[in-house]
Design a protein around this ligand. Structure first.
Ligand SMILES: *[C@@H]1O[C@H](CO)[C@@H](O)[C@H](O)[C@H]1NC(C)=O
Ligand SMILES: *[C@@H]1O[C@H](CO)[C@@H](O)[C@H](O)[C@H]1NC(C)=O
Ligand SMILES: *[C@@H]1O[C@H](CO)[C@@H](O)[C@H](O)[C@H]1NC(C)=O
Ligand SMILES: *[C@@H]1O[C@H](CO)[C@@H](O)[C@H](O)[C@H]1NC(C)=O
Length: 403
């Protein structure tokens, strides 16, 4: 399991403990909803649903989905339509049949996207006579024949998955939208990333970024200014070191700003190659700031270029220097206040000095208090690795409540 980074473990911790539901898995047991399920995945709505704590998903069967698909809408529009089928509240069978005064209005995920004009992101639920429950999009009052069919799964009050008889037709949701730009090449050329983009193309590292874009990617672009300052060090690297350095600025998973703000812990990068070359860094939050700590430098996210699943691009104020490439520079260059390395080695037996230099291997030097900053950082980090999933869980939990 060594190639799996801590970032991965953190994600596992998230999915097994905080994320108590997986809509893809729930629907996979019911082949009559396979088309609906497939579209939840390709529109990335499934991830949104899994992230929410209190939610109702109104599934439609494959026949109803083919009616929707027959309209030939672009995928972004299908996403809007399907997001109208996800309510930001919990409606189990019982609650549906007991709506206050026989009728209520609920906000949907379409409303939450901010793309729904007026009240188009709301759905009206009516408990009609004879035990029927009717669903009517707020912007299409003439749709009165779409009703509750059955409950597929109820996990009160986290997620309710129900079947409704047909697609909710909303003129606003079906209106043409500008497709989001998912072309990483052109996104990287936007304001803020140009110098970094140039390095990616001249080195050829861009290929690795592009090939991971479909599955989700987060890119941390050092600002043009940061790249200029770093140029002398960059020139000294070999071609393969340059590539590793650039890949170190990409994470093969989409991370929204909200996700970064609510998670602390180690993150794998596109440069990671198993346990020996970890090329990972530590994401930490300081108030509203998100910092990336590499043990050599600490960079801060300074802006968002794009944050639209599956692609996120942020600017950072410094070039991230991985320990794997800049180990020697740590004590001398960036931490002048620390005791010089040779003095440290003289004091301690050679063996111990060497061990202390490895990741959190030594429990701590012999009480002379002569830690270098480097060692302190190491041991704190070792502890951080163990508690990180826990912290992430707690942070995510509170984030989900507020989201
Ligand atoms: C949800 O379940 C599907 C199918 O079982 C699986 O492929 C996917 O990885 C799961 N997603 C998460 C976030 O666990
Ligand atoms: C709902 O989610 C909470 C928090 O994740 C969890 O403790 C609880 O067991 C879940 N309820 C059900 C019915 O799964
Ligand atoms: C992506 O954008 C680049 C530059 O803007 C362009 O050359 C390329 O053709 C685009 N690729 C696709 C698939 O549209
Ligand atoms: C680049 O390498 C040369 C030769 O090894 C060295 O003298 C110089 O200090 C290095 N420059 C930087 C910025 O690391």
């Amino acid at each position: 399991m060594s190639p799996l980074s801590l970032a991965f473990l953190v994600i596992l911790a998230l999915t097994t403990t905080v994320q108590s539901h997986n809509i893809t898995k729930i629907l996979a047991k019911h082949p009559e909803f396979s088309t609906f399920n497939h579209y939840l995945t390709i529109t990335h709505l499934a991830n949104e649903i899994n992230r929410r704590q209190t939610i109702t998903v109104c599934a439609v069967d494959n026949a109803a989905m083919s009616d929707l698909l027959a309209k030939g809408l672009p995928i972004q529009t299908i996403k809007n339509v399907l997001s109208l089928h996800v309510f930001a509240d919990y409606f189990g069978s019982k609650k549906l049949h007991q709506v206050t005064k026989g009728s209520t209005s609920t906000a949907t995920m379409y409303q939450a996207t901010g793309e729904a004009p007026g009240t188009a992101g709301y759905v009206h639920i009516t408990d009609v006579k004879g035990g029927k429950v009717r669903f009517t999009p707020e912007d299409n009052p003439s749709q009165t024949d779409t009703t509750y069919v059955k409950s597929i799964l109820e996990m009160p009050y986290n997620i309710s998955v129900i079947q409704i008889s047909a697609i909710l037709n909303s003129p606003e949701a079906e209106a043409p939208t500008a497709a989001p730009d998912l072309n990483l090449t052109s996104l990287l050329q936007r304001e803020g990333c140009q110098a970094f983009y140039d390095l990616l193309t001249t080195s050829g590292a861009i290929g690795t970024f592009l090939s991971s874009a479909d599955g989700g990617v987060t890119v941390f672009c050092p600002t043009d200014d940061a790249i200029t300052k770093f140029a002398p060090k960059y020139k000294n690297l070999t071609a393969s070191e340059k590539t590793s350095l650039l890949l170190y600025h990409g994470v093969p998973v989409y991370n929204s700003m909200g996700m970064l703000r609510s998670s602390n812990g180690m993150m794998n990068t596109l440069a990671t190659e198993g346990a020996k070359k970890k090329y990972d860094f530590d994401v930490q939050n300081d108030g509203n700031d998100v910092t990336l700590k590499t043990k050599v430098v600490t960079a801060t996210i300074s802006g968002t270029v794009v944050d639209d699943e599956p692609i996120a691009i942020y600017t950072i104020d410094k070039v991230l220097q991985p320990r794997e490439l800049f180990k020697g520079a740590v004590v001398e260059a960036d931490e002048p206040a620390a005791a010089p390395a040779p003095a440290k080695k003289k004091k301690k037996p050679a063996k111990k000095g060497a061990a202390a230099d490895e990741d959190a291997a030594a429990p701590g030097p012999d009480g002379d208090g002569d830690y270098s900053d480097d060692e302190t950082a190491d041991s704190t980090n070792g502890g951080g690795r163990l508690v990180a999933p826990l912290m992430v869980m707690v942070a995510c939990f509170s984030w989900l409540i507020f989201a």
